[in-house]
Design a protein around this ligand. Structure first.
Ligand SMILES: C=C(O[C@@H]1C=C(C(=O)O)C=C[C@H]1O)C(=O)O
Length: 288
């Protein structure tokens, strides 16, 4: 069997509803291969062409919007609090100007989101950033605050010392802009989509099916398996998933546009994202 699509699967709980119910055997028979990595590694895989599609940081999509198309109705987003993207700080956030913050090496969207929030909304011009492996203890040895995402952030929040302040970036973004935040999108490299349209259509159908089944089952089965691996109570995980959203509506795209425009304005993105092109299983792609 020749390989068709290499699919990037973010190795965090937040994306699980989209993958939990897919038929991996059927997709493997169609030549699909899955790779589990943190977002920053999948972003890189897409850029160098070793990954064909997958959940990637929306910031990485913004950097490559002419070469990738978006799968509609799929994302990792939150209307407000996200519950797994946290700034942990020795000081209240209002006192972070002039301080040093360690940024997880796993992320692209959230590190830029944090910089944006501190620079544009808190008007801090003098924050020192350093990228580091996602390890709370190590990060806090040499820095005043640290940014963690995904399961690293969740686990850290469970064991955080009482004197450490914790800020949810989804809540901050919503507070300052009123928009939902989309952290990950499903992007496909154009070449891969053109070569394997049928495999992509099947995969897309399965991802949507998984998302809908997860919702209908209220994440019950999934939560049982997550608890075996990571611990945590059923109530905790129910609440976590109820704060997330995996759609990509017009409102999500508006929020993304605002994020990309701000990232360009502050020089984090080198090019303005002029349009976002959405793949369609039945028609030609269209841009918004
Ligand atoms: C919701 C999350 O979103 C993740 C954050 C990402 C980023 O910051 O680049 C990328 C993919 C998402 O899965 C999370 O990590 O908790």
């Amino acid at each position: 069997m020749t390989m068709s699509l290499v699919i990037g699967e973010i190795s965090y709980t937040n994306i699980l509803p989209l993958f939990y119910y897919i038929d991996r055997e059927r997709l493997a028979q169609m030549g699909c291969q899955f790779v589990h990595k943190v977002p920053a590694q999948l972003n890189e895989g897409m850029a160098e062409g070793t990954v064909d599609l997958g959940g990637i940081s929306s910031f990485a999509y913004g950097n490559n919007s002419n070469d990738y198309v978006l799968l509609p109705n799929l994302s990792v987003s939150s209307p407000k609090e996200v519950g797994s993207i946290f700034l942990f700080s020795k000081y209240p956030i209002t006192q972070l100007n002039g301080k040093s913050i360690a940024l997880t090496s796993s992320s692209a969207t959230s590190v830029n989101l944090l910089k944006m929030i501190l620079q544009k909304y808190y008007q801090f011009a003098d924050v020192h950033y350093e990228t580091a492996a996602p390890d709370f203890q190590e990060m806090m040895k040499r820095h005043d605050a640290c940014l963690l995402i995904g399961d690293d952030a969740i686990m850290t929040s469970w064991h955080k010392p009482d004197n450490i302040h914790q800020y949810d970036l989804g809540a901050l973004w919503h507070h300052f802009t009123g928009f939902p935040m989309t952290y990950a999108v499903f992007a496909v490299r154009k070449a891969a989509w053109e070569q394997h349209p049928q495999v992509l259509a099947e995969l897309y159908h399965q991802l949507l099916h998984s998302k809908n089944t997860s919702l209908v089952n209220q994440y019950e089965e999934m939560i049982a398996s997550i608890r075996l691996q990571l611990g945590g109570t059923k109530t905790f995980w129910k609440q976590y998933f109820s704060g997330l959203n995996h759609d990509l509506t017009e409102r999500h795209l508006e929020g993304l546009r605002h994020y990309f425009d701000t990232a360009f304005e502050l020089g984090f993105l080198l090019n303005k994202v002029e349009k976002m092109t959405l793949w369609s299983p039945t028609k030609h792609c269209h841009s918004v």
